[in-house]
Design a protein around this ligand. Structure first.
Ligand SMILES: Nc1ncnc2c1ncn2[C@@H]1O[C@H](COP(=O)(O)OP(=O)(O)OP(=O)(O)O)[C@@H](O)[C@H]1O
Length: 664
């Protein structure tokens, strides 16, 4: 029988008849009860989720920093976290709070098994799940991490974003219908039903609101029905209404039998009141860990009484922040923090070192008591490669079709250049003579430079955002990088062919290059391969560079060297011996060589200066120094360089992927 329920306007909570507070009620979501009924009806979310206790003891993190220059370099250790202990159970929301730089994110990363293996940080201590040392593989499947930045594709709808995550991450044995039902349940559980068909959007494209966006981010992770949910500053950047809405959602997720751990900087009082457990950090040291509602009495016992009507979160932050405004204030605040830290340790000591038990702070949980499930035997999901590949192709093609802005701009840019260059060199190719054949060389070379620039800059400004989404998805084990990369490459090829076709059809015939179908199609192939190679260079550099700015500083190095040694500006005899190797690395050299062969191989034209001698295009080839390789040789080497860069981009993406310290 459903208990009678009344809404208490003062506490913003639903009080059920027996006097217990129903934490799962969300006063902001009018249809909350409807959602929960629907969830019950679907009975999806609680099917196989193990209940967990995440216990952490004596966690410390040290950063090794190098100071000084070269031989004067010294290693210094910086303690980022020191002896942090605590526990969180299914059903609870633990908030890690502290001033900026206190170590919240580092602690969250450590708990979530995401302390970067390649960083200068090293962690120690013990983390157990249901009393057992965690296994990195099963822990990854048991937990989910929602990063602070919501990097998602702006052109996907809310439903598509959550659905693709479900299809990629749920085991193959889960039926399509079941996955669909789970997506629906997640959308309902997060209160996103009203916006499920809306685009996610971005800073430049209007989409869902900030709070909804954050919930989509949570939903993307929630589809695997994790027992543990970690969130880094889920309320940052949100207005008060959306921030509260998100935290209420987290409380509801916890009440459905999950353990939720979040970092938060300075929550409003109504958000603070939603936390079950609180861990206060200052300068990497623990100041308080326990029930959030007991924090005020605890500090008042120590002589720090929070003034009436004052936000407890603000008060705690004031207490534990180091005030750097003057040496005196700094000394005072450091003294206070030290006192509070020691007082906490003594309290713990007086309790016999025992950490809070589940019963001391247990909120109402909607499931049976925690069964200490053995979670180390959860298997990794088996995703068939082809399935991942087709799902990613599907997403990539949807995005390609919807990214109309980028495609339209690139198409317009291609056409404008083709017409502009066509008008400048109108019919030049139709009157080749001994006095102007050199112009044709210049035209061919310029066409290659133009194509290379368009392709490189088209990639360098769009790929970094995509890369950050891919890194996030890979960190959650969503798919293999090879499946992603192959799908992206295959889906983008038709568009590249189309752009090359537009360009060549207009320019080739306006300029009047060699009048044969074979020459035209070979010309098209070379232009297309040049674009693919230039894109490959941009992808490799963007995949490896930490920022788009660094990528755009490195790219010209490749491009300028390739152009310089491309065979037009420097003849073979002008290249110093010690730089000869550079000409073989220049993709432009092979593209240019191929275009010259297409245009001049066995081509006959008149030499005007001598008396009507018929001249052979092969002579032009030998004087221009483009006879190092035949047409086939140039195309073959261009394909080889293109493949080298395309494969390098994949390898760099793979190597630069997230790797975490698996010791704890
Ligand atoms: N890899 C690192 N090397 C050196 N110092 C680091 C490293 N990572 C973090 N730190 C330092 O450790 C301290 C804690 O960082 P952390 O990001 O965990 O703090 P935070 O409480 O999350 O801060 P914020 O609220 O500003 O995000 C900071 O002083 C930071 O500069």
């Amino acid at each position: 029988m459903t208990p009678m329920a009344n809404f208490d306007p003062f506490s913003d909570q639903l009080v059920v008849e027996d006097g217990q507070i129903d934490y799962s009620f969300d006063p902001f979501a009018a249809t909350d009860i409807e959602f929960r009924d629907k969830e019950k009806e679907l009975s999806l979310m609680k099917l196989h989720r193990p209940r967990v206790s995440l216990k952490f003891e004596e966690l410390s993190v040290v950063a090794v920093q190098r100071k000084g220059f070269l031989w004067k370099q010294q290693k210094q250790q910086k303690q980022i976290l020191k002896n942090i202990s605590g526990v969180v159970y299914s059903g609870q929301l633990l908030a890690i709070m502290g001033p900026s730089g206190s170590g919240k994110t580092t602690l969250l990363n450590l708990l979530a098994g995401r302390l970067s293996a390649s960083s200068n940080l090293s962690g120690s201590g013990s983390i157990t799940i249901n009393g057992k040392k965690r296994d990195p593989g099963s822990f990854k499947k048991l937990s989910a991490y929602v990063m602070q930045d919501d990097h998602m594709f702006a052109d996907l709808t809310v439903e598509e974003q959550i659905s693709i995550s479900a299809h990629l991450r749920l085991p193959n044995k889960v039926s399509k219908a079941e996955k669909k039902r789970r997506v629906e349940a997640v959308i309902s559980e997060l209160g996103l039903s009203g916006v499920k068909k809306s685009f996610i959007g971005s800073e430049t494209k209007r989409g869902v609101s900030g709070g909804e966006r954050k919930r989509v981010s949570i939903g993307t992770e929630l589809v695997t029905d994790p027992s543990l949910l970690f969130l880094d500053e889920p309320t940052s950047g949100l207005d008060a209404f959306n921030a509260q809405n998100v935290v209420q959602t987290l409380v509801r997720l916890a009440r459905n039998g999950r353990a939720v751990v979040m970092t938060v900087h300075q929550p409003r009082s109504n958000i603070f009141s939603l936390f079950d457990m609180l861990l206060l950090l200052s300068e990497g040291q623990i100041i308080y860990f326990g029930s959030a509602k007991d924090a005020l009495p605890y500090f008042s016992q120590l002589g720090y009484e929070c003034p009436e009507h004052f936000n407890p979160a603000d008060y705690f932050l004031d207490l534990i922040s180091i005030d750097l405004r003057s040496p005196q204030l700094e000394r005072n605040s450091r003294g206070r923090v030290l006192y509070l830290h020691r007082a906490y340790n003594e309290t713990l000591f007086s309790k016999g070192g025992n950490m809070i038990t589940q019963n001391e702070v247990s909120p109402k949980i909607e499931e049976e008591p925690n069964q200490e499930t053995d979670v180390t035997d959860i298997h990794k999901y088996a995703y068939p490669y082809w399935k991942e590949f087709f799902l990613l192709c599907n997403r990539a093609s949807k995005l390609l079709v919807r990214e109309q802005g980028v495609s339209v701009i690139r198409a317009a840019q291609t056409m404008i250049f083709a017409i502009l260059l066509g008008l400048i060199w109108l019919n030049k190719g139709r009157n080749v003579s001994s006095t102007n054949y050199i112009d044709i060389e210049g035209i061919l070379f310029f066409i290659l430079i133009n194509q290379s620039f368009i392709s490189i800059f088209g990639t360098i400004f769009t790929f970094p955002l995509e890369r950050s989404i891919v890194l996030r998805e890979r960190a959650s084990g969503t798919y293999r990088v090879s499946a992603y990369y192959l799908s992206k490459t295959l889906v983008e090829i038709p568009r590249s062919i189309l752009f090359s076709l537009f360009f060549c059809v207009v320019l080739y015939w306006m300029v009047g290059l060699r009048d044969s179908a074979r020459s035209f199609f070979l010309f098209l192939v070379v232009i297309f391969l040049t674009s693919l190679t230039a894109e490959g260079i941009a992808l490799t550099v963007s995949a490896g560079a930490p920022t788009p700015q660094i990528a755009s500083a490195i790219i010209p190095l490749f491009l300028v060297v390739s152009i310089l040694f491309g065979g037009f500006f420097l003849s073979n005899s002008q290249i110093p011996n010690y730089f000869v190797w550079l000409k073989y690395m220049s993709f432009v050299k092979y593209s240019f060589g191929a275009l010259m062969h297409i245009q001049f191989d066995d081509f006959q034209f008149q030499i005007l200066v001598s008396d009507c001698v018929v001249c052979d295009g092969n002579q032009v080839l030998s004087t221009s120094g483009t006879t190092d390789f035949s047409l086939g040789g140039n195309i073959g080497l261009l394909v080889t360089i293109m493949m080298i860069f395309r494969v390098s981009a994949y390898l760099v993406l793979r190597i630069r992927g997230p790797k975490y310290d698996k010791n704890l």
